[in-house]
Design a binder for this molecule. Structure first.
Ligand code: ATP
Ligand code: MG
Length: 588
């Protein structure tokens, strides 16, 4: 299901993001080209300079005048080149960060659009790394092309043309050499690119492992896993090291061959030029001309390997993020999807079949109807699929078969945004943003005033513990809300749901036993919240179940029993068994 991403796709994405600054980029390329072309004139006037000097019978003022004239022209060309290059730099400083910013935005929003399944299957750390690398790679790519390859191309073309007028053979030799160089580079880097991709992947693995270990630092400490994690990390970093050395070595071989060729070709060229000079075909100035071009040419084209290497590496690195951008987002709004309109908040699951993997169906022909404003408790053994039911109602996953209706509208046919606006979910494990309490609660309704946020916090029994915090509502809660207790986190999540004030309310009760006071507070808050709403509670506690209109027992992917607590107990079926197993009735 991963799309195959080729270099073209990377180019296409880059070009698309440059469209906005196309003319500016064009101006940069033109300016760099002009600047480079101007620098081509210097050796021509140096030739003139040395020829004048050599031919001069004596050091007369006339000769000096002519020499100074040449120097002035060289000066003007250099200043001209310097100016246009400065202009290009200023433009580049403006356009490149702009495109980089847009690429980051595209990458980020495509990440946000992916399904929960996508995130369940990917290392978060390496995702972040891939995201950040995309723009960096863009910078590398443009830098190599605009500032290195393109000027090199101009210089090469220009100097070959000029040298051609002096000696076709020398000029032809340079040309032939450049062709060899290009072909060599092309094949070397084609061969090398698979190692570059492997090394980019190894790099992402290192990040992934590190961030997984850091996220799980508590587990690492509890189970004395430092040594183990260090070894795992050592292995991954060693994989990376091996690939890097290999890849760099291939590039090095290429460089070695190139520089060897350069040394030889320079020697033979000048050797041949001496012969031409003997025959009177070349002047002293020609040596200045050749030397002026060849030194720069060899020096810069010797780096061609490095330029191409960086270019290929940058493209290989971007591919990983481009792959994510191109990957079809699993859960998408249908074209022309309607907005969900909720009046009574009636919910129907009709013949729902759902599986995470094709190994096992979590829900199989699952049917459940919840009347408007009904309060339903869902119970079942762990792993029975209770949380899954809620995730499907929120359309975090699409169904394999069947449909889910809210007030008769299929949730797969309305926009996700409108669906999720109508359902307030307090998940089993509440996770908070690394932001202040105020911001965390306000996430329920982002245009709520401070007063409304505080009111919701009061209703959710949060206000007291929040005002006891060092900065009250402005206290940051730590990554994922780590600085709060489990019960406090859940109450903040409830405050958020209160603020959201949606007609359908879902609470996935935490299984971890909260202390009874915290538990009591959460229940109080929730009962108030349920009033006048359709409510579904995945219940693990008897005290919760007793407050609901109806209990649903889920087993083997279906509803096996339905009725009040008393009815189900009297029936002596699955519910009774569950009840008896969890001695004293659930977690009461
Ligand atoms: N993202 C996922 N990918 C694959 N399998 C999953 C995923 N999420 C849940 N499952 C599997 O689906 C089944 C139902 O999980 P679910 O979370 O719905 O159980 P639950 O009834 O809520 O259990 P609990 O009472 O422990 O919270 C489990 O067997 C679980 O392993
Ligand atoms: Mg669950």
């Amino acid at each position: 299901m991963k799309p195959r991403v080729r270099a073209q796709d990377v180019w296409r994405l880059f070009l698309k993001h440059r469209a906005e600054v196309f003319w500016l980029e064009f101006a940069i390329i033109a300016a760099v080209g002009i600047g480079e072309a101007l620098s081509l004139f210097a050796p021509i006037y140096y030739k003139k300079f040395f020829d004048t000097l050599y031919d001069a019978p004596a050091a007369t003022p006339d000769v000096a005048q002519a020499l100074i004239h040449s120097l002035l022209i060289i000066f003007v060309f250099h200043v001209g080149g310097w100016l246009v290059i400065r202009v290009a730099t200023v433009l580049w400083n403006y356009t490149t960060p702009l495109v980089m910013r847009d690429l980051e935005r595209t990458g980020f929003s495509s990440l946000l659009g992916h399904s929960t399944k996508f995130f369940a299957n990917t290392f978060v750390g390496s995702l972040i790394r891939k995201l950040r690398r995309l723009s960096r790679s863009y910078e590398d790519v443009t830098e190599e092309i605009i500032w290195n390859l393109w000027p090199l191309f101009i210089f090469v073309t220009g100097s070959i043309v000029v040298m051609w007028s002096r000696s076709a053979l020398i000029s032809g030799a340079v040309l032939a050499w450049l062709v060899v160089l290009t072909v060599l580079n092309h094949y070397v880097f084609k061969y090398k690119s698979k190692f570059d991709e492997a090394s980019a992947k190894a790099d992402a693995d290192v990040t992934g492992l590190a961030s997984d270990a850091v996220t799980n630092i508590l587990n690492v400490k509890i189970f004395g896993g430092q040594g183990y994690e260090r070894r795992l990390f050592a292995d991954r970093t060693d994989d990376l090291r091996r690939l890097q050395t290999l890849s760099w070595n291939i590039a090095e071989v290429n460089q070695t061959i190139q520089w060897g060729l350069i040394i030889m070709i320079e020697f033979f060229m000048l050797y041949y030029a001496v012969g031409l000079w003997q025959k009177g075909l070349l002047t002293v100035g020609d040596f200045a001309l050749f030397q002026g071009y060849l030194t720069v040419l060899f020096w810069r084209s010797g780096d061609l390997g490095k330029m191409v290497r960086r270019l290929y590496e940058a493209v290989a690195q971007s591919k990983e993020m481009v792959e994510i951008i191109k990957m079809p987002q699993e859960i998408r709004d249908r074209r022309g999807a309607d907005v969900l309109k909720v009046k009574n908040a009636r919910i129907d699951f009709q013949d729902v079949v759902f599986a995470y993997t094709n190994k096992r169906k979590v829900l199989d022909q699952f049917n459940l109807s919840i009347r408007p404003k009904e309060k339903v408790a869902i119970v079942g053994s762990s792993g029975a699929g209770k949380s899954t039911i809620v995730k499907l109602l929120m359309r975090f996953h699409d169904l394999q078969k069947g449909r889910i209706l809210i007030d008769g509208q299929n949730i797969a046919r309305v926009t996700q945004e409108s669906l999720r606006q109508q359902v307030a979910l307090v998940p089993q494990e509440s996770i908070l943003f690394h932001r202040t309490l105020m911001e965390n609660i306000r996430y329920g309704r982002r245009d709520a005033t401070d007063e409304e946020v505080i009111q919701a916090a009061k209703e959710a029994r949060c206000h007291d513990f929040i005002t006891d915090m060092p900065d009250g509502y402005n206290t940051p809660v730590g990554e994922r809300g780590i600085k709060l207790s489990g019960g406090e986190r859940q109450r903040v999540a409830i405050a958020r749901a209160i603020l959201k004030d949606a007609p359908i309310l879902v609470l996935d009760e935490a299984t971890s036993s909260l202390d009874s006071e915290s538990e009591h507070l959460i229940q109080e808050a929730f009962i108030e919240l349920m009033e006048n709403k359709t409510a579904v509670v995945i219940a693990h506690r008897l005290s919760t179940i007793l407050k609901m209109d109806r209990v649903i027992v889920v087993d083997q992917g279906q509803v096996v029993e339905s009725g009040s607590h008393q009815e189900l107990l009297a029936k002596g079926g699955t519910y009774r068994k569950l009840w008896e197993i969890q001695s004293g009735g659930f977690l009461e």
